[in-house]
Design a protein around this ligand. Structure first.
Ligand SMILES: [Zn+2]
Length: 109
């Protein structure tokens, strides 16, 4: 096959579409990286910060139950998985008792 007789417009069309695909792929990659950077920046900004006052949270442990407590406003943050563990472990009344003890900082027995 003699490639010299191949129509030039087909080659131009091929490379035009190929370039468009590469540009779109790069654009999608840039969007993904920007979203990852924004997610990391938000994580770094809010990690272990009190949602009520913005001060640092300190991890506290009560009989193996880990919570985050704000030493400025005394707010307590319970991760969702901790609440689920407490609900599964405790009856509803003892769950509330345990939760109250966690909130006021008493040792949970
Ligand atoms: Zn606080």
């Amino acid at each position: 096959m003699d490639l010299s007789v191949r129509p030039k417009h087909l080659e131009n069309e091929f490379f035009y579409k190929h370039d468009l695909d590469l540009i779109e792929e790069q654009h999608q990659n840039d969007l993904r990286l920007a979203a990852e950077r924004e997610e990391k920046a938000l994580h770094d900004l809010h990690w272990m910060k009190c949602p009520a006052c913005g001060h640092d949270l300190k991890e506290a442990s009560y009989d193996g139950l880990k919570v985050q407590r704000c030493h400025d406003c005394s707010g307590v943050f319970l991760p969702a998985d901790m609440v689920e563990k407490l609900e599964l472990k405790e009856s509803s009344q003892s769950f509330l008792t345990t939760l109250h003890k966690l909130l006021v900082g008493e040792s949970v027995s």
